[in-house]
Write a protein of this length. Structure first.
Length: 265
């Protein structure tokens, strides 16, 4: 291995990294042919964690929280309730908080689990994100129909006060914009999480490859391994922020869509 070229090592390692993202180990149940992918397994794990957190914190609620963990969870809930729910939806926001809080904590915990080396973020799967966006899409449309009635909601898609001749044209554009929300919610979250974790993997490969080459005798490039390691630390800090921001963005967009669906245009 002495004198190994780190670039050649990277050329061999990057396809393996891509394969690790694309792989979907199947947990099969007997000979039934039924199984679940790794992302489904992580989604189930996150669901269990969210459930345990909610039940655990709910039993320890006090006027002045004594536990830092309980205080942190309450802070997250209050942010969803006040900043996202009340601040975005306004009147009648309370009935939407259970869904918004569930989405926020599910996505947040999924993203944080994905930062653990060797673990996967459930939100790194487009299928999981499709499921989340479909839930949000069905939900805000349901409340739109409930607020305006079926035909009233259909008419409300186009803003009021338009000249009669413009209504059909604007209605079509607004309807396309409405339908495409299910796509933008899913793809935005997937793109950010997949790209971020891919970047972490690439920087880790660079640091490992140059460090290995340095140990094997290419001492001149040993400093580069330290540089890539510093980049990796910086990327981890950045991805921690992105993990929170993506949970916040998905939740607040859902709240905006609820507000648009239920309010009078």
């Amino acid at each position: 291995m002495e004198g190994t070229n780190p670039i050649e090592m990277l050329n061999e390692a990057v396809p393996e990294l891509q394969a690790s993202f694309d792989s979907a180990f199947l947990i099969e149940f007997g000979n039934s042919g039924f199984g679940i992918t790794q992302y489904m397994a992580y989604a189930i794990l996150v669901f269990i964690i969210v459930l345990l957190v909610v039940l655990g914190v709910g039993r320890k609620l006090t006027l002045v929280p004594s536990s830092k963990f309980t205080n942190m969870v309450e802070y997250g809930y209050q942010m969803v309730r006040n900043s996202i729910g009340e601040g975005t939806i306004g009147h009648g926001y309370k009935k939407h908080i259970p869904l918004l809080a569930t989405l926020f904590f599910f996505i947040l915990i999924s993203n944080f689990i994905g930062l653990i080396p060797g673990a996967k973020a459930a939100t790194g799967s487009l299928q999981i994100n499709w499921a989340l966006s479909i839930v949000a899409f069905v939900y805000f449309n349901y409340w739109g129909v409930k607020a305006h009635g079926g035909w009233g909601y259909i008419k409300s898609i186009a803003p009021s006060g338009l000249p009669a001749v413009m209504v059909p044209i604007i209605w079509v554009f607004e309807f396309v914009s409405l339908v495409i929300r299910v796509l933008t919610l899913a793809v935005r979250l997937y793109g950010n999480m997949f790209a971020g974790h891919m970047a972490l993997g690439v920087f880790a490969l660079f640091a490992t490859s140059f460090l290995t080459a340095s140990i094997n005798g290419a001492g001149a490039i040993g400093g580069l391994s330290i540089l890539w390691l510093l980049f990796e630390i910086f990327m981890y800090a950045l991805e921690t922020l992105v993990a929170f921001l993506q949970a916040y963005v998905f939740t607040i967009l859902t709240a905006v869509y609820i507000s648009l669906a239920t309010s009078s245009h």
